[in-house]
Design a protein around this ligand. Structure first.
Ligand code: HEC
Length: 205
């Protein structure tokens, strides 16, 4: 019969402490969860692409000439009766080429670099040759299948769009993809905006 009188005071004594401890634990846990959420979001943006910062600014991959795969070159003459005066060489990361050959599409984070060079034109032992000379510009497209930068005017239609002038690899000069890039790529909208027919490596069997 002593038991109730022994237990009662014990409960009244420790319950508030317990509730307090549970509350502290809950607050700590939700704080930790919030921190994980925020840092998770940041690292998601960071790991998305090493060529894109948190605001969506695009940089030219500095090592694309040696680390990327050349998927094709387009020779362009200004008019039908004039010689070729530009060469457009396009490059992608090896993993993007592998993914395209597997699924027929570019994966999230895929990178395309189009290098535009003027030409040297002369008669070689092979014929009337046009070969790559000075750099004019680099165009860059980075695949974004999640619509990460809705406020940034260089992002839309599933890609980030960038332009670098030949004199400075670090200077991105495009301002608005929908006025500077989009209309010229509309003919290949159904190919996810890429001129895939121009790149033999994408059609390799
Ligand atoms: C005058 C039309 C025109 C404009 C403007 C234009 N493009 Fe293109 N782009 C093309 C054509 C055509 C090709 C493929 C054939 C070639 O290179 O000539 C191409 C190819 C590319 C490629 C190689 C991959 C692909 O899609 O085939 C990239 C990258 C690219 N453009 C990015 C851009 C970006 C970024 C802009 C805007 C800053 C832009 N382009 C503006 C016509 C254009």
């Amino acid at each position: 019969m002593n038991e109730p009188s022994y237990r009662e005071p014990r409960r009244t004594k420790y319950w508030p402490v317990r509730i307090g401890l549970v509350a502290v634990a809950l607050i700590a846990a939700s704080g930790a969860w919030a921190i994980r959420e925020i840092s998770g979001q940041q690292s998601e943006t960071k790991v998305f692409s090493k060529y894109v910062d948190a605001s969506g600014a695009i940089s030219l991959p500095d090592n694309f000439e040696t680390a990327f795969v050349h998927i094709g070159t387009v020779a362009v003459a200004p008019k039908p009766d004039q010689p070729v005066d530009e060469l457009h060489g396009t490059y992608t990361r090896p993993e993007d080429l592998a993914a395209f050959l597997k699924d027929g599409k570019f994966p999230d984070g895929a990178v395309l670099v189009k290098e535009v060079r003027s030409t040297g034109n002369s008669k070689l032992t092979t014929g009337e040759a046009a070969y790559g000379a000075g750099i004019k510009v680099w165009f860059v497209m980075i695949k974004d299948s999640k619509g990460r930068f809705p406020e940034n005017e260089l992002w839309g239609d599933g890609w980030g769009w960038g332009l670098f002038e030949g004199e400075d690899r670090t200077k991105q000069v495009a301002v608005n993809y929908s006025t500077e890039c989009r209309s010229c790529h509309v003919p290949v909208k159904k190919q996810d905006w890429v001129y895939t027919q121009c790149y033999p490596a994408l059609n390799a069997k």
